[in-house]
Write a protein that binds this ligand. Structure first.
Ligand code: GLN
Length: 268
């Protein structure tokens, strides 16, 4: 039994340690005797929809998104969409999440067309407000930065966020979960992330998966399902993972983040 991981743009899109998501999936498979092959898919490399069970893509600055968006649409787009429609899993973080929506409007107001896997679009706050990012203070004033805690079914997901983009889900699109701390999609509607079939988009950086072992296992099970049916994963000793998770949740929920303070009063 094995899964094939399609790691999109490792040399361009891996901000805030998102490589840790790939390592986590590989380790949690290997500890159970499940094979995990990582296919690094850089610019120019097409996607064979029948071969990838799990797509992983990380974050990046607007510059990085500009670099990959053409390739994502014209070289990989069809393969990714067909794989997702055939049940492949995906975990797309921040800039990756934004480019899997319909479009991302950058801080300078340029629209980068997206894959449209997620029925959502994203606009950088600076483009919404006309804020010029010519000082650190102004650049910081439009970013959602801090701890992020999300209620996902009966689970709590922890991580941090750092993004200028505000993502808006279209009617009928499903969010990943409800925000308990942080800003999430757009600091307005209280939701975080988006899901479509077995694809998950999120603003959870960290990397997210080491501190959220349930989510990692969910992705492994989903990735296995296409070729191996429903597989029961052997339990692992997650003492350290759970301790890190619980500590992060405790800290984030104990001190309401700036976002949560804003929440109570509605969004500025
Ligand atoms: N460039 C995007 C934004 O600012 C994504 C940032 C990221 O991936 N951390 O919203």
């Amino acid at each position: 039994m094995k899964i094939v991981i399609g790691y999109l743009y490792p040399s361009v899109m891996s901000q805030y340690g998102d490589l840790g998501n790939v390592i986590t999936i590989v380790r949690r498979c290997h500890w159970r005797g499940i094979g995990a092959e990582v296919r690094e898919l850089e610019i120019g490399e097409p996607v064979d929809p029948g071969h990838i069970d799990l797509f992983l893509v990380g974050g990046g600055a607007d510059t990085h998104q500009r670099l990959v968006c053409e390739d994502l649409l014209t070289v990989k787009g069809d393969g990714i969409r067909r794989a997702i429609d055939a049940g492949a899993a995906a975990f797309a973080v921040c800039a990756g999440y934004q480019l899997w929506g319909h479009y991302y409007r950058t801080a300078t107001g340029e629209d980068l067309a997206g894959l449209g896997v997620f029925d959502a679009h994203t606009i950088h706050r600076a483009a919404q407000t006309g804020t010029r990012l010519d000082t650190i203070a102004r650049a910081g004033s439009v970013r959602a930065v801090g701890n992020l805690v999300v209620k996902w079914g009966d689970q709590i997901l922890v991580g941090f966020e750092n993004h200028g983009g505000r993502t808006y889900l279209h009617p009928g699109a499903r969010p990943l979960g409800k925000i308990l701390a942080g800003r999430g999609n757009n600091s307005e509607d209280g939701w975080e992330g988006c899901t479509y079939k077995n694809a998950i988009g999120t603003y959870l950086h960290g990397p997210a998966l080491p501190k959220n072992p349930r989510l990692a296992d969910h992705l492994i099970r989903t990735a296995l399902r296409r070729h191996h049916g429903d597989v029961r994963l052997a339990p692992l000793d997650d003492t350290q993972e759970n301790a890190a998770h619980d500590r992060a949740a405790e800290r984030s929920l104990a001190r309401p983040s700036r976002g949560k303070r804003l929440w109570g009063q509605g969004v500025g």
